[in-house]
Design a protein around this ligand. Structure first.
Ligand SMILES: *Cc1c(COP(=O)(O)O)cnc(C)c1O
Length: 417
């Protein structure tokens, strides 16, 4: 096997000089093949645009899977990272640091929850929520209360506990035995949830909008119904807002649309506007179940991550920002409904804010996505039939229109066969 550069040679210099084909070839040789990657190597991003290694520009309506909420390289986030990197990059959670306190304060002030645990990813935030719920339930109700009910078609991440929590067998197969203590119910079916509660149940965990599962939005009365059920039966409500949180749906948290609050909430994806960071938030009395030594993360809430996230959160919470997101998302939604009226292959358009899906009536999602990519628009295909659109929250109406134009051509070509 040949590898770029020698072990002690000018590997770094050569790596930045690779052309697109070479990057893709090397990836095939040296990376574990866990992803079905598209044949595209990206090298630079700015706002709603990214450039590939061949110099072509794309409108990015994937946003790093809802991570680049402020678009690529938002100046305020870049500056916060630069400034913090030259001061203190890491010091471990043996010590106190101001960036963590500032970010936690912001999250608490703007949610109904009281305490924060910082980590590095969505799965880790979910893992924290699971551990906290179990610890709380054992203290509160006894050792036999550990089961968490989640939804079919849910997605909670790829660690063993997170795939056990995920109600989709395709993520679990081949990794058994999975940690026990999870059961699954159909989403948006309150009766099924009530029927599933048993003597071991301690919590219910849901996404307000199932993102990876196909952009399935919780019905208006579902989450309030789940909240009431949890209160009635002494269960915790965990909301996994890893994808829906931090402005994605036009509110700071998606649960605000439903007029309810969770007991525990997981966050990640756009929290750091591109810098990896996750968080689990909880109500005071729930958070109190954790005592020193119960949970930890070496990198969790590192100064650099917290500085980036603070800049991101402050930007999103600026007056008018989320109203603008809602307006532009409404425009995008109307344009997509126009396409549905024009192209019978679009069966349904659904979503909340800037988390939008279009379900097709045939297996054309990958073909449409490929055609869009060829014409300079990145979108995401979930399975064979769902197109997912995750533009940056900062996307303009003109950029939405440009994307819709490309999509229109792709759909017309695909409809003609
Ligand atoms: C993406 C996602 C996760 C997993 O996040 P990672 O950072 O990939 O671990 C968990 N829950 C939801 C709802 C997600 O969308």
């Amino acid at each position: 096997m040949t590898f770029v550069g020698s072990r002690f040679g000018e590997r770094e210099e050569e790596l930045v000089d690779l052309d697109q084909e070479e990057i893709i070839t090397q990836a095939g040789r040296c990376l574990m093949q866990t992803y079905g990657r598209l044949p595209l190597a990206l090298v630079r991003g700015e706002g709603a645009y990214v450039w590939d290694a061949a110099g072509r520009r794309y409108l990015d309506f994937v946003s790093g899977l809802a991570v680049n909420g402020l678009g690529h390289c938002h100046p305020r986030v870049v500056e916060a990272i630069r400034a913090q990197a030259g001061v203190l990059m890491h010091c471990s959670n043996l010590y106190h640091i101001e960036p963590q306190v500032r970010l936690a304060g912001l999250l608490i002030e703007n949610s109904a929850l009281d305490r924060v645990f910082f980590c590095n990813s969505g799965a880790e935030a979910v893992e924290t929520a699971i551990k906290l719920a179990r610890k709380w339930a054992k203290k509160r109700h006894g050792p036999e209360r550990y089961e968490i009910i989640t939804a079919l078609q849910s997605f909670h991440g790829r660690t063993l506990a997170a795939i056990a929590a995920t109600g989709q067998p395709k993520y679990q197969q081949g990794f058994e035995p999975l940690p026990p203590g999870f059961s699954y119910v159909p989403f948006n079916d309150l009766d099924a949830l009530r029927a599933a509660v048993g003597e071991h149940t301690c919590a219910v965990m849901l996404e307000p909008v199932q993102g990876e599962g196909g952009v399935n939005v919780a019905a208006p009365d579902y989450l309030p119904g789940v909240r009431a059920l949890c209160d009635e039966l002494g269960l915790l409500l965990i909301l996994d807002e890893v994808q829906t949180g931090i402005g994605r749906t036009g509110r700071f948290f998606a649960h605000e649309h439903y007029g309810i609050t969770p007991d525990i909430m997981s966050l990640a994806k756009s929290l750091g506007a591109g810098f990896p960071i996750g968080a689990a938030l909880a109500r005071e009395d729930v958070a109190a179940a954790f005592t020193p030594g119960d949970h930890a993360s070496t990198f969790g809430g590192n100064p650099l991550a917290c500085a980036a996230a603070t800049a991101a959160v402050e930007t999103i919470l600026e007056s008018g920002f989320l109203d603008q997101v809602t307006r532009t998302a409404g425009h995008f939604r109307r344009r997509l409904e126009e396409l549905r009226a024009r192209f019978p292959m679009i069966k349904e358009v659904r979503g909340l804010g800037m988390l939008i899906g279009a379900e097709l009536n045939r297996d054309a999602a990958k073909a449409v996505q490929g055609r869009c990519q060829e014409s300079g628009l990145l979108i995401n295909a979930i399975g064979d039939r769902i197109l997912r659109f995750l533009p940056p929250l900062t996307v303009t109406t003109a950029e939405v229109d440009a994307a819709v134009d490309i999509l229109t051509t792709a759909l017309a070509q695909e409809s003609e066969g």
